[in-house]
Design a protein around this ligand. Sequence first.
Ligand code: HEC
Length: 142
Amino acid sequence: MSTRRLAQSEGIVKALIALPFAASLLGVVALTAGAPSVGARQTQTPGAQAFAACRACHTLPAGGKSVMGPNLNKLFGRKAGAAPGFAYSPALKASGIVWDAKTLDAYLAAPTKVVPGTRMVMKVPDPARRAALIAYLKAETK
Ligand code: HEC
């Protein structure tokens, strides 16, 4: 083997060593970035489980569709009835509610009591389930 060829094959060997290392680094980054949603979906946290009942009507990611119910992205700190592109009930729009853990807890426990005339009728009577759901919403709607 000439010195040049030797140098070339050394380069290849180095590249072969570097590749898996780079790949594993990328893998770590991907895992860290994907952790919240991967964890929520694969291990089905109580919050994700509770949200299964809401999924038929609500989406959480930015730009998600509002079909049966409004998209819930950026829910925390937002006024009730304010997601763009959804036809809310006049009752919810006029409620003056700003969503946070406390107002969500009350609304989800008894929506039609807290906002008479709201079109959202799904109740979550169990306080522990509501707490898990609200934590999940907070993480997934940022
Ligand atoms: C059958 C469809 C349906 C289901 C199931 C449903 N929702 Fe809703 N949701 C709605 C509708 C419709 C509205 C708008 C209500 C209005 O305009 O009065 C709404 C509104 C909301 C709002 C207020 C959003 C805003 O922008 O002010 C929150 C929060 C919410 N829903 C959370 C939930 C959660 C959490 C669940 C699951 C436990 C759930 N919803 C299940 C239809 C649904």
